[in-house]
Ligand binder design. Structure first.
Ligand code: KIV
Ligand code: ZN
Length: 520
């Protein structure tokens, strides 16, 4: 349990693995979640919401493993205000000292009337019962009245008072539908501080969604009013338009310390690595002009800006790029670099490899270096992501060989060989409307799946014609969306890798679909 925050510390609660995983088209394997949790621990977030233990066996396992394997942050799981969810949460966290149950129930009239079909009294009773039940498993209990910002204030104060009385140590105020604005939300927090008689016994937290693009501003407005825990996701992932982007809230507090006079325990140099890892695993590219972590965040384009920047950085830069672990295109290695040089650079970038892993990466590195004169840190990140994609999804399909013929006067044709989970290599040849279509059709025939390719995008890892191509794909199967990514110097091969990666993820994650459609 986190010591009662001193009034100058803001607790950073990361929900990338829970609300972030609710992003449409996201879906992670247990191994992927553990890799992200490890990085979040390096970032030194205070709380990791690892999932929703009661929603599926996959989430249960992920919460349990993260709680047992990750050192440092408190590990939390979400639970609806029902006994079965709270018991699943308690079981997943069994024996883990540093753990929290986060239980929630809707509190706004619109939710009560149309979704819950319950009156205020029964919701109040359920909220209190859930906190008391959660308390039987852990000391650290957080309660959220869902849709708090649209809840009738007097009822909100009453419910908060009751759950604190029942033992809640954190009360979280969600702006569930991103409806509020910074002034109004700040006033809500101030009124909670003055109207809830026992509020001093709990930490006030906020959880802001970004439907109107105000999640970061609303979180900061709440902090000014006295909230001392911020919930959000790296890269602003989350349900619909996402949650508050944690990197933005954190860097606002750091950069404007003169204004907020508050601190966090975050190691800001790990923001960039966290953002890139999460983007790569989720299969959601980071928008170029994204605050703090976008590729353009520290690039100066206009002549006047460049001139000023070269004379004195602070003329046009308010943060040091190194302080947020931003990665430029530094030339690091070339075709004459050896294993030791590669190992050393990867170590500096945060990848520690066994000899076998190094040998595997070295082969792809050499292929790349032969084709591309300059191998940058971003190229190395892409190579490592490709390695992890294969390692995380062991004993699934792997691309062995791709040959295509295409051109303006030819019918595009692809020959594909896959290494299959039974250890056999299988070959298929197919025509298509283009080379990528032909490759996907051949893969479909080998794997015997029926999926629809709904999104396909290619980007260069770095600039220039010799850049590694990175392909992001989304496929739809039985109404669910799965993403896949692949990188290679040849974009048709990268497309095949991305398509196979998406199908592997469908096979792994599709077996563990969540069942959280029942409200309570
Ligand atoms: O947005 C929301 O209200 C939530 C709660 C479960 C905290 O995600
Ligand atoms: Zn949410």
């Amino acid at each position: 349990m986190i010591e009662r925050a001193n009034d100058n510390k803001v607790i950073i609660f990361d929900t990338t693995l829970r609300d972030g995983e609710q992003t449409a088209g996201a879906g992670l394997t247990v191994e992927e979640k553990i890799r992200i949790a490890r990085q979040l621990a390096k970032l030194k977030v205070d709380v990791i919401e690892a999932g929703f233990a009661g929603s599926s066996p996959g989430d249960f396992e992920a919460v349990k493993r993260i709680a047992n394997e990750i050192q440092g942050p408190v590990v939390a799981t979400l639970a609806r205000g029902v006994a079965s969810d709270i018991d699943a949460a308690g079981k997943a966290l069994d024996g883990v000292k540093n753990s929290r149950i986060h239980t929630f129930i809707s509190s706004s009239d619109v939710h009560l009337m149309h979704q819950m079909k319950k009156d205020r009294e029964s919701i109040m009773a359920m909220a209190v019962d859930s906190v008391k039940r959660a308390k039987q498993y852990v000391e650290d209990v957080e309660f959220s009245p869902m849709d708090a910002s649209r809840t009738e204030p007097e009822y909100l104060y009453a419910i908060l008072e009751e759950v604190i009385e029942a033992g809640a140590t954190t009360v979280n105020i969600p702006d569930t539908v991103g409806y509020s604005n910074p002034k109004e939300f700040g006033e809500l927090i101030r009124s909670i501080k003055s109207k809830v008689s026992n509020i001093e016994q709990a930490v006030i937290s906020v959880h802001c969604h970004n439907d109107l693009g105000m999640a970061t501003a609303n979180s900061l407005g709440a902090i000014e009013a006295g909230a001392r825990q911020i919930e959000g996701c790296i890269n602003g992932l989350g349900e619909r338009a996402g949650n508050a982007a944690l990197e933005e809230v954190i860097m606002a507090l750091v950069t404007r310390k003169n204004y907020y006079n508050l601190q966090t325990g975050i190691d800001t140099k790990e923001i960039g690595p966290s953002s890139r890892l999460i983007s790569s695993i989720f299969g959601f590219p980071i928008q170029y002009n994204k605050a703090v972590v976008g590729q353009n965040a520290f690039r100066h384009s206009s002549g006047i800006h460049q001139d000023g920047f070269l004379k004195e950085k602070s003329t046009f830069e308010i943060m040091e790029s190194e302080n947020v672990g931003w990665r430029g295109e530094a030339l690091v290695l070339g075709k004459l670099s050896g294993r030791a040089g590669l190992r050393a650079r990867l170590k500096e970038l945060g990848y520690t490899l066994t000899d076998d892993q190094l040998n595997e990466v070295f082969v792809t590195f050499k292929e790349l270096a032969d084709n591309k004169r300059e191998v940058t840190d971003m190229d190395l990140d892409a190579l490592m992501s490709e390695q992890h994609r294969i390692a995380d999804i062991k004993s699934r399909y792997e691309v062995k060989e791709i040959n295509v013929v295409c051109g303006n006067l030819r019918v595009p044709k692809a020959e594909v060989t896959l290494l299959c989970p039974d250890g056999q290599e299988r070959f298929y040849s197919s025509n298509g409307t283009g080379p990528v279509d032909a490759v996907c059709k051949a893969i479909d025939s080998i794997i015997d799946t029926e999926v629809e390719l709904t999104e396909f995008s290619v980007s260069g890892v770095t600039e220039g014609i010799d850049s590694l191509g990175e392909v992001t794909i989304r496929i739809e199967h039985n109404g669910s969306i799965y993403s896949g990514r692949g990188s290679d110097k040849d974009i048709v091969v990268a497309s095949a890798k991305a398509y196979v990666n998406a199908i592997n993820r469908l096979i792994l994650i599709g077996n563990q679909e969540k069942d959280i459609t029942e409200v309570v």
